[in-house]
Design a protein around this ligand. Structure first.
Ligand code: SF4
Length: 55
């Protein structure tokens, strides 16, 4: 992908740009935040924190 400016709280966003550099499986069947690849970074962190607590 080219350089894409993005300010979403997405796991692929870094310093205001999208770091997704390959087309992966679409994560959202419905487009969230205007992007089909959007993954909320807070949900990822909360999920991994729960995993750490359960281990
Ligand atoms: S995958 Fe979509 S929402 Fe996520 S940083 Fe890239 S452009 Fe933004």
């Amino acid at each position: 992908m080219g350089i894409i400016s993005c300010n979403s709280d997405c796991k692929y966003q870094k310093d205001g740009y999208c770091t997704l550099d390959s087309i992966e499986k679409i994560n959202n069947s419905t487009v969230s935040q205007g992007c089909a690849y959007y993954i909320n970074i807070k949900e990822i962190k909360e999920s991994s924190e729960k995993d750490e607590l359960n281990n």
